[in-house]
Ligand binder design. Structure first.
Ligand SMILES: Nc1ncnc2c1ncn2[C@@H]1O[C@H](COP(=O)(O)OP(=O)(O)OP(=O)(O)O)[C@@H](O)[C@H]1O
Length: 242
């Protein structure tokens, strides 16, 4: 993996007749977890798709730049809320889907190591239909890591999981993605307070930074600093000024 860059985003987006957002500007620090929250429809997923180069429709007036000046093409992996697993492929084949689609050789040692790190070695022969929701998200996480990109974008990947599995997945993702430039879209102030080393609240007219809990994430869920950030985010999302 190449060194993760910081990413600066500045622009406005129109989709069809609608101005989705206007003058949204922020910088994602290199090698850290950034979290973005905001009302439904404000354009959070569109920001991810713009950074990933996956929003061909619409009109984006602005710039997305990197601290090393190199383009983001080929350096970004996106993990969506839906696990997007292929039902006819087993865990090993799903984890290596990227290489299969590109027609490039599969690094089987790396594949098996990642499946082991997400705790699925005993289930590697199974198809998605035989896995729980948490296991399926583990496969999706291993597939994202298999791409070994310095930038990882996460679009509400844990929102459909029960509280305990979500907590486990947050820890696992924080551990496995440490050192990469990560942007997580979430509706959950507790998740943002726990994982965020940089936190943004997005509105149609801009993005505001909210100070995270100190130190490296994941922050302890019951630490006073984490709870204070969570409460502040609740207030921001309810429209209560800081
Ligand atoms: N291809 C498209 N064409 C027209 N409008 C679109 C398109 N994709 C998204 N939109 C609209 O753009 C707006 C922003 O969508 P987006 O999914 O980015 O918001 P979001 O903040 O991620 O929402 P949520 O939190 O509900 O997932 C929404 O009003 C959505 O309906």
């Amino acid at each position: 993996m190449t060194a993760p860059p910081a990413i600066s985003f500045d622009g406005s987006l129109r989709l069809g007749e609608a101005q989705v957002f206007f003058g949204v500007s922020f910088t994602l620090p290199a090698g850290a977890w950034s979290c973005v929250l905001g009302a439904s429809g404000v354009g959070k997923s569109s920001v991810l798709r713009l950074i990933a180069g996956l929003l061909p429709e619409g009109r984006f007036d602005g710039r997305i730049t990197t601290s090393d000046g190199a383009p983001l093409d080929g350096r970004v992996a996106l993990m969506a809320q839906s696990d997007l697993l292929m039902p006819w492929l087993d865990v090993r084949q799903n984890v290596t889907l990227g290489a299969r689609l590109r027609g490039t050789p599969v690094d089987v040692t790396r594949r098996d190591r990642l499946i082991d790190r997400v705790g699925l070695t005993a289930h590697a022969h199974k198809k998605p239909g035989a896995l729980s929701g948490g296991m399926r998200q583990r496969v999706a996480l291993a597939r994202t890591l298999m791409e070994d990109t310095p930038v990882v974008l996460l679009d509400e990947p844990f929102s459909a999981l029960d509280a305990r599995t979500r907590n486990e997945m947050q820890d696992l993702a924080a551990q496995l993605l440490r050192g990469r430039t990560v942007l997580l879209v979430t509706h959950d102030p507790a998740e943002a307070a726990r994982l965020g080393e940089h936190i943004l609240v997005m509105e149609a007219s801009g993005a505001t930074a909210v100070a995270p809990a100190p130190g490296q994430g994941p922050h302890p869920v019951d630490a006073p600093a984490t709870i204070a950030v969570q409460m502040q985010l609740f207030d921001r999302l309810r429209g209560i000024p800081a």
